[in-house]
Design a protein around this ligand. Structure first.
Ligand code: 13P
Length: 252
């Protein structure tokens, strides 16, 4: 299976011309890669233009969030169904920044995950411990709770189609990236739990990817040493040269 390299542009850039420039700088390498599938997740406001620019390329597009209801009186919300209809393939859900800045709960996240799956989007569920939880050896406890509560509303089959992004909060945007061996262990823990939740016959396709201060220098280690199925890249994905190197570092 190809590795999944996901760009999370977060709340960047400021203008659509800049967004198109970053996107165009990524096309050449992303389209050529035989080992990686590249996904770009721009802010909602740039989705239409980026989806148009992605036509005829190998790049897939994702949203950075979604709402659980399809339509109705929900001011400011964008539904999973709308995103699917406009051409998104993926949706990042439960990112630690959404948990922190808009106080998203596991219960809300579980509704979003279910709505995404129902509408045909592939959910990328983000989970991860903060620095304090890590110090107190609570990493696996936190991961288990986020998975159990976040996936509560999914059928076994839908769980088998999900992508889990392990993003330790202390490693996001800090330059403190996690030891590949620790990440590998976290992946094994996550897959073990998902196996129980989805039934052993369904686990083969689940992909676990890593995010947190990934850059062109360290990305290769996450494939060779941590055996991850892909990467979720924040800051470095805004620089097409660096992001192209990350795509090229994908190996089986
Ligand atoms: P950075 O790569 O900037 O640390 O961000 C990681 C992240 O949050 C991706 O979702």
């Amino acid at each position: 299976m190809k590795k999944l390299i996901v760009a999370n542009w977060k709340c960047n850039p400021l203008k659509s011309q800049e967004a198109l420039k970053i996107f165009k700088g990524t096309i050449a390498v992303a389209s050529k890669s035989k080992k990686a599938e590249t996904v770009i997740c721009p802010p909602y406001v740039f989705l239409k233009e980026i989806i148009a620019a992605a036509k005829g390329t190998e790049i897939k597009i994702g949203a950075q969030n979604c709402f659980w209801e399809e339509t109705g009186a929900y001011t400011g919300m964008v539904s999973a169904a709308m995103l699917k209809n406009m051409g998104c393939k993926y949706a990042i859900i439960g990112h630690s920044e959404a948990r922190r800045f808009v106080k998203e709960t596991n219960e809300e996240i579980s509704r979003k995950i279910a709505a995404a799956a129902k509408s045909g989007l592939i959910p990328i569920l983000c989970i991860g411990e903060n620095r304090g939880e890590r110090k107190e050896n609570k990493t696996y406890e936190v991961l288990a709770q986020q998975l159990n509560e976040g996936l509560l509303k999914l059928s076994k089959i839908d769980i088998s189609k999900i992508i889990i992004a392990y993003e330790p909060i202390w490693a996001i945007g800090t330059g403190d990236y996690a030891d590949p061996i620790e990440i590998k262990k976290a992946k094994e823990f996550i897959l073990g739990l998902l196996k129980k939740m989805s039934g052993a016959e369904n686990t083969g396709k689940i992909r676990v990817i890593y995010g947190g201060s990934v850059n062109a220098e360290n990305s290769e280690l996450y494939f060779s040493k941590a055996e991850m199925d892909g990467l979720l890249v924040g800051g470095a994905s805004l620089n097409p040269k660096e992001f192209s190197k990350i795509i090229n570092s994908a190996s089986y």
